[in-house]
Ligand binder design. Sequence first.
Ligand SMILES: Cc1cc2nc3c(=O)[nH]c(=O)nc-3n(C[C@H](O)[C@H](O)[C@H](O)COP(=O)(O)O)c2cc1C
Length: 566
Amino acid sequence: MNILVINGSPRGKASNTYRLAQAFLEGIKQAILGLAGTGSGQKADAHGESGNNVRVEELMVNRMDIRSCLGCFSCWNKTPGKCCIGDDMGEVIQKLLWADITIWSFPLYYYSVPGALKNLIDRQLPMCLPFMTEREDHVGNGSHPARYDMSGKKTVVISTCGFYTAEGNYDGVKSLFDHMCGRGSYTEIFCGQGELFRVPELSQRTDEYLSYVKAAGREYAKGDISVSTRKALEELLYPKEMFESMADASWGIDKESGEKETDTLIFTRQMAALYRKDSYAGKELVLEMLYTDLDECYQIVLGKEGSRVLKDGFKEATTRIETPVTVWKSIAAGEIRGDEALMRHLYKVKGDFSLMINWDNYFGSYGGSAAGEAGKVQTPEGRKAMSRKGTSMNIMLIPWIIFWVAVPINGQVGSLAGIGACALVPLLFYQYKKTFYDVLTGALVSGLSVTVLLGGPERIILPVSYFAFGLMWSVSCLGKIPLTAHYSMNDYGGDRALQNPLFVKTNRILTLLWGILYLLTPVWTYILMGTEISGFTGAVNSVLPALMGIFTVWFQRWYPAKVAGG
Ligand SMILES: Cc1cc2nc3c(=O)[nH]c(=O)nc-3n(C[C@H](O)[C@H](O)[C@H](O)COP(=O)(O)O)c2cc1C
């Protein structure tokens, strides 16, 4: 199969649109060469000849000598089929005749194609015969027959534009290609927000979009682009308002004064543009950015209606980030993980640390409809759906608490209650994911309850149960993920939190402290069980955990903030 790519962007290979065309081409090659999903790492080379039966030629219009048509009609009368201008257009016509698929790739310029490409299109005149005819598909009135047999040749039109959407902006282009190729006879991919494809900080979203373009290429090679891929391609890269703030900020010109702004201010404005106002939690937050290497400071006010950047007239900061701009840019571009950089003390955070913990909620990137789990997290509905499927510490705690409170009061009834809790609690919390510790709890509490039922001494079994509980917590600290992290991750973005070293370290410390408390609890439990107030052992043993609970709430805010503050 011969594929011709005509890149009509004056930017040549640095074109946004060309990236889409490359992705589409890669998809076609994958499908034809059978590389899709094999993970073979074999690269479908998009440049020049490629292996097997796919041959690719690329024409960079910006590097070619293609002059404008002289309107002399000599290609029709004096030298039929041959233009009188001796430039590169002869080669273009040869390639058009050679290609089975022609991919036209260009930016939208004034609602049409760029001028140089329009020259190339005009200069296709020698490919037509001069006679008057009507088109079979009745597009327009009047046409000229083709000089060559073009049947079976296919056309793909790929274009990006600068406005937030392609919708309503491509009438001119569609009309042109309807006349050139026939309505419905070509495949189109038109994408708004094209300039975002050159912003490394947004590559998570643009790469996702490119993956849909690639999928479209694969599907196209096998027949047609599927409805779901089409839908993903039609999705906006970012919501209109967010995109327009980013676009406005990118010019680096102050909206009021028209003055040039510093790179750091532009960067801060673009960061502010990514704020998701649906994350507003009832009070305005002020994020202060101090770029330590340049000694520049700005504030981003995160409010109900959106964000704004302050250059002066600062408010009291909720959270202050002290960072070299180079570090923050690397984080933004995804070159280093923010949490990792924090652990390596590459930047500091002062003030309220919760803004950092919930960073993805405030500034998370957007995913398309088919974005999968990562995308789902980005929408309020998705977040709800994710939290429904989270874990719950209640499944693990309730059976133990029932056992500890009920057994000292009445061994037989208490142990039956313990067994009942092990059976019922997982059912009551059926919508939550079960952890290893939920299952282990079921086994331990049931086992201990049965031992009491069979007449085991409560004064021994109760302390043993506390010890088993403490052991479960302490031993979990030796693993990669400590026990509490499996549950508290729900409040910190789900599974992603488990990759955050600071989150895991905080949980490891807390899990160990709780583990030690319960490894010691058997000592006074044994003593209490021998006294007259043995029936209240469960209640007495709740006092220290209650205090420990208060400490936990404080520690899980204080410790990360302490590390972050340097
Ligand atoms: C001269 C000129 C005219 C443009 N006209 C439009 C336009 O009419 N509508 C639009 O949405 N974007 C317009 N744009 C923006 C480009 O289409 C957009 O930046 C595109 O992504 C550039 O793609 P490229 O990198 O492939 O050249 C125009 C840009 C230039 C330079």
